[in-house]
Design a protein around this ligand. Structure first.
Ligand code: NDP
Length: 337
């Protein structure tokens, strides 16, 4: 049983040395237990926070412990009445090949699901985050301008497509020409700006001639700096993530810009609200699942996955996620189903 363990707490950008690939015996299911074999492991930005011991909304991973994470598994052996060998489940078994479970917290997946990995993406946590953050906090109205960064990623790509379904003008911000082309041509965004372009602020202003009514914040940093002057009166800003800052070891240098932010919030009566998806909205999962299943079935939402083969490649893939190397929802295929 291979396990990717946390070897050291990263300082700044994580490196390969912060992870350790250990091999242990495959556990055996006892009475009331089942053995899960990981097929897909989800890699998500929040894992950077778990590697750190700074206080946050969830506990850190201990040094020497297996990295946490959501997985799609198959039941390999079962001494549990509720699960049979071969069942597909959504679990939280982390970066490893096998794990024991007593059934707590497992969600059985429909065996007819075309892509079981969607339970980690468009039909799972990232899709749900996009849906609730945009619709509940962003509250977009037809004709408004919605801007979203990390626009081709797991969350951002869904935010933009839902905003299009609601009749908005949608402008994405993404890293590189390929991602921007895909946002427009495949996802149907009205425009997409490359944040590597030094003229980001001017290009964004030109793409938002009527200002910005909803900014779905995934990134922070220079992207937010470009957005702030364009926010309209009564704009809404769901604060979902700040990935540009996750590897930071200190506050950025330069003048303190918080007075500018506060003045803008006040004079433009802007509503800016953070959220943690399952803590704040767990009870609303069924309405999301119903809408999203329908949109997928009708071809109204498209979803791109970036699948990396092999558990041993998870650390490098995760490091790349924090640098924009992924194109779509990052998933590790740990085993063939
Ligand atoms: P993505 O699939 O979007 O992958 C991360 C992307 O972030 C990269 O591909 C890259 O896209 C962008 N990025 C990385 N580093 C930087 C940087 N320094 N500056 C600008 N962009 C950068 O990830 P997710 O969709 O899973 O997550 C998106 C955001 O949502 C994250 O901030 C995450 O923490 C947050 N989140 C929050 C949740 C909540 O409950 N609040 C739940 C789930 C996610 P590009 O190349 O286009 O720049």
């Amino acid at each position: 049983n291979r396990q990717v363990q946390l070897a050291a707490r990263p300082v700044g950008t994580p490196t390969a040395a912060d992870f350790h690939l250990a091999t242990t015996a495959v556990p055996v299911a006892g009475p009331g237990q089942l053995l899960l074999r990981t097929v897909y492991l989800s890699l998500d930005p929040y894992m950077r926070g778990r590697m750190s011991d700074a206080a946050s909304y969830a506990a850190s991973v201990a040094i020497g412990a297996t990295m946490v994470g959501a997985t799609v598994c198959r039941v390999q052996s079962s001494q549990h009445a509720g699960f049979a060998v071969g069942d597909w489940v959504l679990a939280y078994t982390g970066w490893q090949d096998y794990a024991l479970s007593d059934g707590t917290g497992l969600t059985k997946l429909d065996p007819g699901l075309a892509r079981p990995s969607y339970a980690l993406g468009v039909l799972g946590m990232p899709g749900f985050t996009a849906y609730m953050g945009l619709l509940d906090i962003g509250a977009p109205k037809a004709g408004e301008t919605v801007v979203v960064a990390a626009a081709t990623g797991a969350v951002g790509s869904v935010v933009g497509q839902i905003a299009k379904l609601k009749g908005c003008r949608v402008v994405g911000i993404a890293g590189g020409a390929d991602k921007c082309r895909s946002a427009v041509q495949e996802l149907g965004f009205d425009a997409c700006i490359d944040h590597h372009n030094p003229d980001l602020a001017a290009l964004l202003a030109a793409a938002c001639p009527k200002g910005i009514d909803v900014y779905f914040e995934n990134v922070g940093g220079k992207v937010f700096d470009a957005v702030l002057p364009l926010l309209n009166t009564a704009a809404r800003v769901p604060v979902c993530g700040l990935i540009a800052q996750y590897n930071a070891t200190a506050l950025p240098e330069g003048p303190d810009r918080s007075p500018l932010l506060m003045r803008t919030l006040l004079t433009k009566r802007i509503r800016m609200q953070g959220f943690i998806i399952f803590d704040d909205y767990g009870h609303r999962y069924p309405e999301f699942a119903k809408d999203m299943s329908q949109w997928l079935a009708n071809g109204q939402i498209k979803f791109r996955e970036d699948i990396v083969n092999g558990l041993e490649n998870a650390p490098q893939a995760f490091i790349g996620l924090l640098e924009g190397k992924n194109f779509g929802k990052l998933i590790v295929r740990v085993a063939n189903d």
